[in-house]
Structure formats: C-alpha cells, structure tokens
Design a protein around this ligand. Structure first.
Ligand code: F3S
Length: 281
C-alpha cells in the first residue's frame, strides 16, 4: 500500500500566523479556542504557557489573544473596558467580512451571511452589523427563500463554505432582488485543500482526513473525500486508526484540515506506515 499526501493540506496562512502570535505571547490566554485543534491547544499551553479561557468571566490575565475566527464586537468592547491588552490573531480573511458587514449595513443594505449561525466566526461577523434586525444568517437556499428582504442586499460567506453552495445562494438573490452586492469571502486555503482532497480521493481506496472533529473545514474535507472514496475516515489522533481500514488497500490518501499541525500529520503517517508493515507480515 502506498501512502500519498494531498497536494494541498493542513495549516493555512491564518492559522500559521495565529500560532506564531501565540508562541510570542507567553502568559496570555486565548478567549475561545485559538484554532479548532485540541492537541495544538494543549501544546501551546505546555510549551508556550498560553492558556485558554472559554468564558469572558474566566479571564484572569491582562493579555488576551483574540482567536483566528474572531470574536463579537461586544465581547471585544467588554475586554477593552476591563483594561485587557488585546493581541489580535483574527485571520485577515475573517476581518474582511466583519468590515464588509459593518460598512454595507451602515449603507442601508440588508445583510445575508451564508454560514452556520452557531459558528464563532459567523457570530463574530454578524455582530459587526449596524442593523441587526436586517441581518440574516442562512445555511441553505431553502432558508434563504423564507426571508423577506428589501431591495438592496449584500451577501458574504463564512470563510470555510463551499464556493458552489455560495454561488447558489448568490444566484437566488440576484434572481429575486434589485440590487445585490456579492462579496466572495470564502478563503482560498479552504478551496485549495478541498480541490486537492477531491483529486486524491478519486484515486485512493482509503482516505484519512486528520483534524479536529469540531473543525468545520476538516469536516467538509471529510465529506468531500467520502463522496469520492467510501472508505474515508476522520481522525484526531493516531490512536483512532484501525488496522482493518487498510487491509487489501493499494493507495492510502492523507489530507488534513486547515488547523491541523504538521507534527500531528507526520505522527499519523508514521502510524499508517507501521500498520501497513504489520498487515504485510
Ligand atoms: Fe484564515 Fe482561511 Fe485559514 S480564513 S484561518 S486562512 S482557512
């Protein structure tokens, strides 16, 4: 069995940047998980002394790192008012839809955000609207059809959404409303990893996707992979790998979500290699 990595996988620019910021911020805490990967968060705690506060009330340090997905405007305000020193690790690709929503809502546009309303990034982006009553989060065309929007609409997307789905949303809006401003805020890193996983899943007979199970972009990679290779598995750590998955297989493809560290991917590949050798004996 051969093991092959996807052409593009793993850490994106925004996560690399956030980790570097955290590594240089000893003694700080991140408000919310810096990135969606429990093992990397553990490493930052152990090696760099960067803690995690899940609630605002848990923050005891002066320095607070804002996670890659950003936070809500009111949380930011609260931290500033409480004398915290903010270290902003928000990915610039997340800051962009925040700014668009603020500007376009200020200009009187109804806002549509294509994404998951419970995702921290979307909650953050939504909070920047100057007109919350005219700001809507939708996850499907069906949800969109139920909305009664005014004539002028601006639409943005959660950075990790699929381009094809965003196009469907944009198309429906354009068909129905007079003035529609479409801002493609989907991040290229996600797109590149998605294209690469599709190419690899088509040729592989088993696929391992490495990443946090709470990471939206890792889950999306897994779903794409599953579509083209039915034996696709999503794992967070090497202990989850099962030798049965690899029996009788010729090509094992490996990809990883945008917040999966390189050391973890290497560990997984080593373990697959070991399983392969055991299976061959
Ligand atoms: Fe930023 Fe894109 Fe990564 S939004 S955090 S560069 S997946």
């Amino acid at each position: 069995m051969k093991i092959k990595l996807a052409k593009s996988y793993g850490f994106c620019f925004g996560v690399k940047r956030a980790i570097k910021i955290a590594e240089n911020s000893k003694g700080a805490v991140t408000y919310g998980e810096l990135i969606h990967n429990p093992l990397e968060i553990k490493r930052l705690k152990e090696e760099c002394g960067v803690g995690l506060a899940k609630e605002l009330s848990e923050i005891e340090t002066k320095k607070v790192i804002i996670r890659t997905h950003g936070i809500t405007k009111s949380d930011k305000q609260f931290l500033i008012e409480n004398g915290k020193e903010l270290i902003d690790a928000t990915c610039p690709f997340v800051t962009k839809p925040q700014q668009i929503v603020e500007k376009m809502s200020g200009e009187g546009y109804d806002i549509v955000i294509f994404g998951d309303e419970k995702h921290p990034e979307v909650m953050g982006v939504r909070s920047y609207s100057l007109n919350p009553d005219r700001t809507f989060v939708v996850l499907s065309v069906d949800e969109l059809q139920k909305l009664k929007l005014r004539e002028r609409v601006a639409v943005v997307a959660q950075t990790t959404r699929k381009v094809t789905h965003f196009l469907e949303i944009a198309q429906k809006l354009v068909e129905k409303y007079k003035e529609v401003r479409v801002f493609n805020t989907i991040c290229n890193a996600t797109f590149e990893n998605q294209t690469a996983v599709e190419v690899l899943a088509k040729e592989a007979d088993v696929m391992i996707i490495v990443g946090g199970k709470n990471s939206s972009n890792t889950k999306q990679l897994y779903l794409i992979s599953k579509r083209f290779c039915k034996d696709s598995y999503l794992v967070e750590d090497k202990d989850e790998l099962k030798s049965d998955w690899f029996k009788g297989k010729n090509l094992c493809g490996v990809s990883a979500g945008a917040s999966t560290p390189e050391w973890l991917i290497r560990n997984i590949i080593e373990k697959i290699q070991q399983i392969k050798e055991d299976n061959d004996e």
